[in-house]
Design a protein around this ligand. Structure first.
Ligand code: TRH
Length: 376
C-alpha cells in the first residue's frame, strides 16, 4: 500500500473560509502522526497571504510550514506538465481540479470531495458515499459534522492543551492585546473587568443594535471589530459611553484563534471561525453565511438543535440572523444578565468537551482513505 500523500485543491469563492479550512487541514496532515506530503493548490494567493503572512503571493510554487503551495492558475500548468498526482486528491467544496490533472489520475487514485460543514441530519447519510465519474474513478463525499457518523471537525492534536495553557496564563492575553495596538483606554477597561467582545460578522448583521444593547447593559465593554464587520454608523454610536469600539487589523490565523480564546463573547461568521469559537469554549454568536431561498436558516436551526445553550441564547442567535432583528436587543439584554451569561458559558464549556470526544476531521479523513485503499 502506498503511503498517503495529498493534492488539496482550493478555489477561493469569496471571503476567507475556503482557504481557512484548507490551510488548517494541510498544516495538520504534514504533522505527526500523519507526516504526509501535501501539495496545496490555491487560486488566490493574496487572500491566502492575509491569514498566512509567510506566503509570498508572487511565487508560483513555495514551501511553507512543510506544505508545498502551488499557485493554481488555469494557464500556469499545461496538461503535459502536471505533476504525478499524490495518492489522494482532495477537492475542497466541489472546486473541480483542472481537467488535465484529472486525466493524470491513476485508477487507484483516491478522489475525495471535502464538503461544507452542516449540522443537518442528512449529512450522516451522505458522508462517505461514492459518486462514479466519467473517467471510471469514484469520487467520495467526505462531510465534516458534529456527530461520530460524519467526518468530524478540524481539531489539531494538542489544541485543547495549548488553549488551556494559554487561557490560564494571565500574561498571554495582555501580550496579545498590546501587540494589536489597542488604545490605553481599552486596555485599562479590560484590565478592570470590561467584557471583551470579538466581532467578526457579515456587513448585514445588526451591529448598531448590538452596540446599543451593549451600551444599555450599563457596564464597560470593549468590542474588537475585525475588518468589514462595522460601518461608520457603528463608529459614531460607540464614540461615547461604556462601549469602546476598537477596529483591529486582519491578523494571522494563529493570532485569530488566540483572540477567540481571550474574549468573553465571540461573534463569528461562516464555518471555520464557528468551529474555532466552539474550541474557545466561550459564549458565541454565529452569523451564518447567507444562502439563496434562506437555506441557511435551516442550517442554523439544525445547528441550534444540537447546541446545549440556554433557550434565550437560541432566540438571540436566531434574531441575530433573521431580519428585521426586532427582538435581538431584548434577547441580548437577557443573555448578558449574570445568571444567563454564566449558564451560557458553562454550556459552551460542556459542548466543547462533548465535541472534542469525537474523532477530529484529519484523523477521520486519514482513516477513511486508509480503509478505501485496503478495499480497492
Ligand atoms: O470568511 P468567511 O465568511 O468564509 C465563508 C464561509 O466559510 C462560508 O461558509 C463560505 O461558503 C464562504 O466563505 C465562501 O468565514 P470563516 O469560514 O469563518 O473563515 C474566516 C477565516 O479567516 C478563518 O480561517 C479565520 C480567518 N481569519 C484570520 O485568519 N484572521 C482574521 O483577522 C480574521 C477576521 C479571520
Amino acid at each position: 500500500m502506498l503511503p498517503l500523500s495529498f493534492d488539496l485543491f482550493c478555489r477561493v469563492i469569496d471571503n476567507y473560509g475556503d482557504i481557512g479550512v484548507c490551510w488548517r487541514l494541510a498544516k495538520q496532515l504534514v504533522q505527526p502522526p500523519f507526516s504526509a506530503q501535501v501539495r496545496l493548490w490555491v487560486d488566490d494567493l493574496p487572500r491566502f497571504c492575509a491569514l498566512a503572512p509567510g506566503i509570498d503571493p508572487a511565487l508560483a510554487q513555495q514551501q511553507h510550514a512543510q506544505v508545498q503551495v502551488v499557485r493554481w492558475e488555469a494557464s500556469s500548468v499545461t496538461n503535459s506538465s502536471y505533476p504525478e498526482p499524490h495518492t489522494v486528491v482532495l477537492e475542497a467544496f466541489a472546486c473541480a481540479p483542472p481537467a488535465g490533472f484529472v486525466r493524470c489520475m491513476r485508477p487507484d487514485t483516491l478522489w475525495i470531495n471535502l464538503e461544507y460543514l452542516s449540522a443537518q441530519d442528512w449529512v450522516a447519510g451522505c458522508h462517505g458515499l461514492p459518486s462514479p465519474q466519467a473517467n471510471g474513478l469514484k469520487k467520495w463525499f467526505f462531510f465534516p459534522g458534529f456527530t461520530s457518523h460524519t467526518g468530524g471537525l478540524l481539531r489539531e492534536i494538542g489544541l485543547h492543551q495549548r488553549r488551556n495553557t494559554w487561557q490560564t496564563d494571565p500574561q498571554a492575553r495582555w501580550r496579545l492585546l498590546h501587540q494589536l495596538g489597542l488604545p490605553e483606554t481599552a486596555l485599562h477597561a479590560l484590565q478592570h473587568g470590561a467584557l471583551q467582545v470579538l466581532l467578526f460578522c457579515y456587513p448585514h448583521a445588526p451591529t448598531a443594535t448590538l452596540l446599543h444593547a451593549l451600551q444599555a447593559r450599563g457596564k464597560p465593554v470593549v468590542v474588537l471589530a475585525c475588518p468589514g464587520s462595522i460601518d461608520t454608523t457603528c463608529q459614531f454610536l460607540a464614540r461615547k459611553g461604556l462601549v469602546q469600539l476598537c477596529p483591529i487589523p486582519f491578523v494571522a490565523q494563529e493570532t485569530f484563534d488566540l483572540l477567540l480564546w481571550g474574549s468573553d463573547l465571540n461573534c463569528v461568521r461562516g464555518e471555520d471561525s464557528l468551529v474555532r469559537a466552539l474550541w474557545a469554549a466561550r459564549p458565541l454568536l454565529w452569523h451564518i453565511y447567507p444562502q439563496a431561498d434562506a437555506a441557511h436558516l435551516d442550517k442554523l436551526d439544525a445547528w441550534l438543535a444540537r447546541a446545549p445553550y440556554p433557550a434565550p441564547v437560541h432566540a438571540l442567535i436566531r434574531a441575530w440572523n433573521t431580519p428585521p432583528h426586532t427582538a435581538f436587543a431584548q434577547h441580548l439584554q437577557h443573555c448578558l444578565t449574570p445568571a444567563t451569561f454564566s449558564h451560557w458559558r458553562t454550556a459552551a464549556q460542556q459542548w466543547d468537551d462533548t465535541l472534542s470526544q469525537h474523532q477530529d476531521l484529519a484523523s477521520a479523513l486519514v482513516a477513511f482513505c486508509t480503509e478505501k485503499q485496503k478495499t480497492r
